[in-house]
Design a protein around this ligand. Structure first.
Ligand SMILES: *Cc1c(COP(=O)(O)O)cnc(C)c1O
Length: 379
């Protein structure tokens, strides 16, 4: 094969990242704190707005773990989590000995279904269970129906943690994803909309909670010269070196979102006449997705039986990476004992859905190469 591989989503540096890293070296701030960490947190706070505070951590998974610790989640508790997501949304629940309860998606945004959420809460309460938190996810950048989810959460007095790992730069009603609940988590893993190579953040409307997350993330060290501890701590703080990458990436975040959205627009135009292909789409203009990954559904009853898997293999043959949508957590062997509330929507989406190459680094000719393979495949 002489054509170069097209990847799903690659890191895309802006150019200034190494200046911040150089500064970290020159000032010997090569530790898990320092001016880049502080600066990155400030940059995120001003981008997100809505009066949130941010603690930069080693991973989004670590941020979610700490968010659950701070809500007092422990053995025997339950945490409601969107089923249609990446495993990192659910794994931290189990770190604390709690049980994830999975809730299905709705068809509009592909995220947590408010109806199934309420059904789950009522049923868990009737079983005498304690639901300590709700974790909705903004999948592929699409904001979940947070107004409905928050209203239900308020009714039953259960705190909400937004998993905004894929949704930095997405908005609902003009408010940034990551600021739509009491707390949220972000990820800066290598394939996310911006990256620090690996990293994450805890986001909260409460300055005290954010400060507490920093405390827990640095081994819960009390303020005493002799290393005193009254709580179990973690080593989850972000390094000042990688925070330099984050500061550089914040300079280009807006243009990264624009490019991902323009990729999405491109695919929509190119594929619009293909019967049986549809897109994850903003339900109305109160939803603004960063379209981290452009995701399509293939209806084999309208494509002469051609399936998502057929297309994926065809793209692979042409040296193009694509990926099925996340396999829902209630279908994962590891979570087969966890309760699930739903009507099979995420199963349906998983069966039919495919993520297309969506990186902000993609060139026009690469996008054309992908769309041509898809158009020819269905012709
Ligand atoms: C990437 C991701 C995470 C985890 O973030 P890490 O920084 O990789 O630990 C959590 N939830 C979702 C939905 C993600 O896509």
């Amino acid at each position: 094969m002489n054509t170069s591989r097209i990847w799903l989503s690659l890191a895309h540096m802006g150019g200034k990242e190494q200046e911040f890293i150089k500064e970290a070296f020159e000032t010997n701030w090569v530790v898990p704190m320092g001016p880049n960490v502080d600066g990155f947190e400030k940059d995120l706070e001003s981008f997100l707005g809505n009066d949130v505070h941010v603690a930069a951590l080693s991973a989004g998974t670590a941020a979610l773990h700490l968010a659950l610790v701070m809500l007092g989640v422990g053995a025997g508790d339950e945490v409601i989590c969107q089923s249609f997501t990446f495993a990192a949304s659910a794994n931290p629940i189990t770190y604390l000995g709690a049980t994830p309860v999975f809730v299905d998606s709705e068809m509009d945004t592909w995220n947590m279904c408010p109806l199934q959420l309420e059904r789950a809460i009522i049923d868990r309460i009737s079983h005498g269970k304690k639901v300590k938190a709700i974790i909705p996810v903004h999948l592929y950048g699409m904001p979940a129906k947070m107004n409905e989810i928050n209203a239900i959460a308020l009714k039953y007095k259960i705190p909400v943690i937004e998993d905004a790992a894929e949704a930095l730069g997405s908005f609902l009603d003009g408010k940034a994803c990551g600021t739509l609940a009491e707390s949220a988590i972000l990820s800066f893993n290598g394939n996310k909309i911006i990256t620090t190579s690996g990293g994450g953040a805890f986001v909260s409307h409460s300055e005290d909670e954010t400060q507490k997350s920093r405390f827990l993330a640095t081994q819960a060290r009390d303020s005493a010269p002799h290393y005193q501890h009254t709580q179990i701590g973690y080593n989850y703080r972000m390094s000042n070196v990688v925070a330099g990458i984050g500061r550089g990436q914040m300079l280009v975040l807006k243009s990264r979102v624009e490019k991902r959205r323009s990729n999405n627009e491109f695919y929509r135009n190119e594929l619009k006449s293909i019967r049986g292909v549809s897109f994850q789409t903003e339900p109305d203009n109160s939803f603004y997705s960063n379209y981290w990954l452009t995701s399509i559904l293939i209806d084999p009853t309208l494509t002469n039986g051609k399936t998502r898997e057929d297309l994926r293999l065809k793209l692979e043959q042409e040296n193009i990476e694509s990926r099925p949508l996340w396999k829902p957590m209630h279908l994962q062997p590891i979570f087969s004992d966890s309760p699930y509330y739903g009507t099979g929507i995420s199963d349906f989406l998983f069966e039919r859905g495919l993520c297309l190459p969506s990186g902000s680094i993609l060139s026009d000719s690469e996008l054309h190469r992908v769309s041509k393979v898809i158009v020819d495949f269905f012709r």
